[in-house]
Design a protein around this ligand. Structure first.
Ligand code: NAD
Ligand code: UDP
Length: 389
């Protein structure tokens, strides 16, 4: 029996049960990571967040053996003296806390910079001072725009991967001007990455930095007017899901020409688990985590989601499923965009032997099935309600 339950790392060494301090555990990625850690490992979680709606099923679940290994602490890390004590009680700290919705970057740049840089400082400091390992969530947005985007539109070099593939140890970080406040997020994330890297170099901090490339799946963000503010603007998956549920056209910002690679949350969580349980292979590294095979333009994403949603809901797709909108009208002054995001996978492949598995079609099908099951009835009720005159 003992042999069957002995968990080993990629080098065949036994993995000791650990206590993980997960900051931002109540968010989209945190909820999936908590689920995975509790169901597949013996590790314990100290879950820190201001919200816990997305992990309530774990905290109050019928499965007591899961619930007894997770402890929720309602903490705003901006100002809470309990943070250092909780970090001291842990073997590993994972920091996911952030404002990370593009609609906020140009409209709430101060909150964005404080959240992604200033508020992360004590976490890094406590980890360094107490010799705790840190896995910090950064973003693919630190790459900014591709080098290729500055070439003439008809340049054949635009087809050369050297001009667009994003490599952790080689690619530059290219942001727009300061008035383009979109880049407040990327710039804050870049500076905290540099600080963590410097803590590693000068003070021996054991760290891993994760750069997610558009992770999507169930529980991402909110549906405006249902489980989030009516005027709120979530990330593209939830914006498009909301439109599909309401039978409204999907809004394509600046024609939907930007390109993204989307990865299924469950594939990405596998990569994070490997980082958690293989410190010798993950420490000191920055990892792209994405699916280079799932590239589409935002327009193609909208078309695909419309087709899949018609299939899972049984409703016919709209005759005109999309409508163009300018970025100024949709996001306001100071918006700008990443043109293309394809992750290079060399480092994560070499260190952790990890590869994504799920195709874009399959991940959208399971995610939209979830969205339909979770929200379709609630939307119908809201639409049926007479508006106050
Ligand atoms: P999310 O917004 O769903 O989760 C973030 C969580 O952090 C939220 O539950 C929020 O309440 C919590 N939080 C924020 N500020 C806090 C504070 N001061 N104190 C306590 N809790 C706080 O976002 P997510 O998609 O789960 O992203 C997690 C991390 O991954 C972020 O750092 C984000 O920048 C990064 N990231 C995610 C993606 C993606 O594809 N989802 C892409 C790039 C980067
Ligand atoms: N976008 C869009 N319509 C929407 C929401 C987003 O066209 O309703 C575009 C947005 O301009 C960007 C892409 O979709 O080009 C992805 O946006 P998201 O908010 O998911 O975050 P990003 O990948 O830019 O960090």
């Amino acid at each position: 029996m003992a042999a069957a339950s002995a968990r080993v790392d990629l080098d065949g060494k036994p993995i000791k049960p650990m206590t993980i301090c997960m900051i931002g555990a109540g968010g989209f990625i945190g909820s999936h990571l908590c689920e995975k850690v509790l169901t597949e490992t013996p590790h314990k979680i100290l879950a820190l967040d201001v919200y816990n709606d997305k992990i309530k099923h774990l905290l109050e679940g019928e499965n007591a053996s899961l619930a007894e290994r997770i402890q929720f602490h309602r903490i705003n890390i901006k100002h809470d003296s309990r943070l250092e004590g909780l970090i001291k009680m842990s073997d590993l700290v994972i920091n996911l806390a952030a404002i990370c919705t593009p609609a906020d970057y140009n409209t709430r740049p101060l909150d964005t910079i404080y959240s992604n840089f200033i508020d992360a400082l004590p976490v890094v400091k406590y980890c360094s001072e107490n010799s705790k390992r840190l896995i910090h969530f950064s973003t693919c947005e630190v790459y900014g725009k591709t080098i290729g985007s500055f070439l003439p539109k008809d340049s054949p070099l635009r087809e050369d991967p050297a001009y667009y593939i994003l490599k952790e140890d080689e690619s530059p970080c290219i942001f727009g001007s300061i008035e383009k406040q979109r880049w407040s997020y990327a710039c804050a994330k870049q500076l905290i990455e540099r600080l963590i890297y410097a803590e590693g170099a000068e003070n021996g901090l054991e760290f891993t930095i994760v750069r997610p490339f558009n992770w999507i799946g169930p529980r991402m963000d909110f549906i405006p007017g249902i489980d989030g503010p009516s005027e709120g603007v979530p990330r593209v998956l939830a914006c498009f899901s909301n439109a599909l549920l309401r039978r409204e056209p999907l809004k394509l910002v600046d024609g939907g020409q930007s390109q993204r690679t989307f990865i299924y949350i469950k594939d990405a969580i596998e990569a994070v688990m490997l980082m958690i349980e293989n410190p010798a292979r993950a420490n000191g590294h920055i990892f792209n985590v994405g699916n280079p095979n799932n590239e589409v333009t935002v327009r193609q994403l909208a078309e695909m989601m419309s087709e899949i949603y018609a299939k899972v809901s049984g409703d016919q797709a709209l005759q005109s499923p999309t409508v163009d909108i300018s970025s100024k009208e949709f996001y306001g002054e100071g918006y700008d965009d990443s043109d293309k995001r394809i992750p290079d996978m060399t480092i994560i492949n070499r260190q952790l032997g990890w590869n994504p598995k799920t195709s874009l079609w399959d991940l959208l099908e399971s995610t939209l099935t979830y969205q339909h099951r979770t929200y379709a009835e609630a939307i119908k009720k809201v639409i049926a309600k007479p508006t106050a005159s």
